[in-house]
Design a protein around this ligand. Sequence first.
Ligand code: IMP
Ligand code: MG
Length: 185
Amino acid sequence: MIHPFDMSQDIERVLVSEAEIHTRLVELGQELSRDYAGKKPIFVGVLKGVVPFFAEMARCIQIPCQWDFMSVTSFEGGTQSTGKLTFRKDIDHDIAGRHVVILEDILDSGRTLSYVCDLLRQRGPASLKICTFLDKPAGRTVDMNADYVAFTIPNAFVVGYGLDYDDYYRNLPYVGVLKPSVYED
Ligand code: IMP
Ligand code: MG
């Protein structure tokens, strides 16, 4: 059950602290600013989990760029991807000839990003790269890798900093492992 007053009691351990997130994203923002200098990239965020990561990255990227968002979902409330992707919202920009960087909260099985990449690649971008906040390599079922990774994590179900369980815990300022008792009856 979700405890209404103290989310932190549902967290088994903190995997990535608020301070670690901040330090790493400043670094990653500088890397992207260097790599995309003069390219006027479009950053495409995959909603909803990417919101805190996207906002912080946007502050750390110091070159002219545009933003866009799309929404795809593969979970229906549980801790396992259903494998069935539902496309909910497309981007607004025409990306033909543009340098596109997809921002995602977590790369797990790889199905979501593989679907999103296939879709965007058909529109003829000048380049298409992936920047993920978390990478969980142990979860991979399709051949998919990110070009930029903020943190590589072990195979555990995590929440916080945008990541959810049943749409809760996204507002935790750090990334933590959710106690299995929360989702096991
Ligand atoms: P993939 O398609 O399996 O790579 O999963 C990508 C999506 O699954 C992410 O955008 C998340 O919404 C969700 N997801 C995967 N692992 C976790 C996790 O540990 N916690 C919360 N959400 C996750
Ligand atoms: Mg999710």
